[in-house]
Design a protein around this ligand. Structure first.
Ligand SMILES: Cc1cc2nc3c(=O)[nH]c(=O)nc-3n(C[C@H](O)[C@H](O)[C@H](O)COP(=O)(O)O)c2cc1C
Ligand code: SF4
Ligand code: SF4
Length: 380
């Protein structure tokens, strides 16, 4: 006789999200609404204000879900830190919901790739005693709008509508099957990840480093900035601070190294004043390339001090690079911030940035308030 598997009923769902431009918030919200429709007491909480030790219990009736953007085939660094900060919970169920960036080339829709982002959170929580119940990635409009043009509103809403339909199917399946691992979606992620990691094994790690130390450091505020401070208040990792500037009435934003390039500040600034300095970025990149690959600086210095040649090997070059690399970046950005105070130079870097061709993007129905506040526990 065929025995039908009993559908699991949860009493409580704690849904965490990390979201730069609202895509992951939107998918988390769909999951939240599905839980409410199933009479599960549900909460929707931004990762940066979460207190997981208070919010989740060790029970098979407790479900924890986490939605976040993919950054370089990994969850953003703040999400990885959040996962490590999760308490040990035996029996608690976990469901992972990465979003990825999808775009149109002509009429063709190209899906994104979440890769390790689909599996790493479950692996970390497995070691913490959680029962990991599945993962499903969603293609949402790609939001790297400091390096590419935004999707047209028509294309963006098509991508969101497609993801919504998929969410209805997959979330129902999750509750019906009590688990969601063996899916076409996860097979696709494995197919992507394995060859990529085989050929470029350090890609995600390099990305974490470049993303953290490079990308955020090419952002600056152009002359349109009113000093309103919204970017600083709403940054999920507190990476923007407002600094007083001599001879100016208003403060100006300064981007610190913990910026994760989530692009919230960039895409939500009402003055379109956040700019990626591509010309400056090229210069910084040049410093990085010169130093990190090939020991260019070492070569230059041994030209002046030839006796140093006898110490030349892979280790000394790498050590030399590390000692030079980070201070060079820090000094470079300090200099950048100072230069931006000069109106003419500010206009030059604004003009030589490609972002004026790109536009801003955030998930159409998502506001900054949605991204920064929790939805109190609700039971339908
Ligand atoms: C810095 C950065 C890196 C990204 N890397 C990837 C990636 O590796 N794969 C992918 O599919 N999408 C990538 N994306 C796109 C986002 O993951 C995607 O648009 C996501 O839905 C954004 O969600 P959010 O609005 O909640 O931040 C990246 C976006 C940014 C800003
Ligand atoms: S960059 Fe934009 S959000 Fe930030 S202070 Fe200036 S105007 Fe306000
Ligand atoms: S500074 Fe801007 S891009 Fe960087 S983490 Fe904060 S909001 Fe995101």
């Amino acid at each position: 006789m065929l025995v039908k598997k009993k559908q699991r009923t949860y009493q409580r769902a704690t849904i965490y999200f990390s979201s730069g431009t609202g895509n992951s918030y939107r998918v988390a919200k769909w999951f939240y609404e599905t839980c409410l429709a199933k009479n599960i007491i549900s909460e929707l909480i931004p990762v940066n204000i979460a207190q997981p030790t208070k919010e989740i219990s060790a029970s098979a009736k407790q479900l924890v879900a986490l939605a976040f953007p993919t950054h370089g085939l990994l969850p953003p660094w703040s999400v990885i830190k959040f996962l490590f900060r999760m308490p040990r919970k035996k029996k608690t169920h976990f469901f992972c919901i990465p979003t990825r960036g999808s775009l149109y080339i002509g009429p063709l829709l190209l899906p994104g790739a979440a890769g390790l982002a689909s599996f790493l959170p479950s692996l970390i929580l497995l070691f913490k005693g959680f029962r990991t119940k599945g993962a499903v990635g969603f293609d949402m409009p790609v939001n790297m709008t400091f390096i590419h043009p935004t999707l047209t509103p028509k294309h963006a809403s098509r991508v969101v509508a497609r993801a919504k339909r998929k969410s209805e199917r997959y979330f129902e399946l999750f509750f019906r099957k009590n688990s969601l691992w063996l899916t076409r979606n996860n097979l696709y992620e494995l197919i992507w990840s394995i060859p990529l990691l085989y050929f470029i094994p350090l890609f995600p790690i390099l990305y974490l480093i470049i993303g953290k130390f490079f990308m955020g450091k090419i952002l600056f505020a152009n002359n349109n900035c009113t000093g309103c401070g919204t970017c600083a208040k709403s940054c999920p990792v507190g990476a923007v601070i407002m600094k007083s500037v001599k001879n100016r009435k208003t403060k100006r934003p300064y981007w610190r190294y913990n910026c994760e390039a989530c692009l919230r500040c960039f895409n939500f600034c009402s003055q379109r004043a956040v700019v990626a300095g591509h010309s400056w970025g090229a210069l910084l990149w040049y410093i990085g390339v010169l130093v990190a690959f090939g020991g260019g600086l070492f070569t230059l210095i041994t030209g002046v001090l030839p006796w140093l040649q006898s110490f030349r090997n892979w280790w000394t070059i790498e050590l030399f690079n590390a000692v030079f690399y980070y201070p060079a970046f820090i000094t470079a950005y300090f200099l950048y911030f100072q230069l931006m105070r000069i109106k003419l130079l500010n206009s030059f870097f604004t003009y030589t940035s490609l972002v004026r061709f790109f536009g801003q993007y955030h998930e159409p129905d998502t506001s900054l308030k949605n991204l920064t506040e929790r939805a109190a526990p609700v039971n339908n």
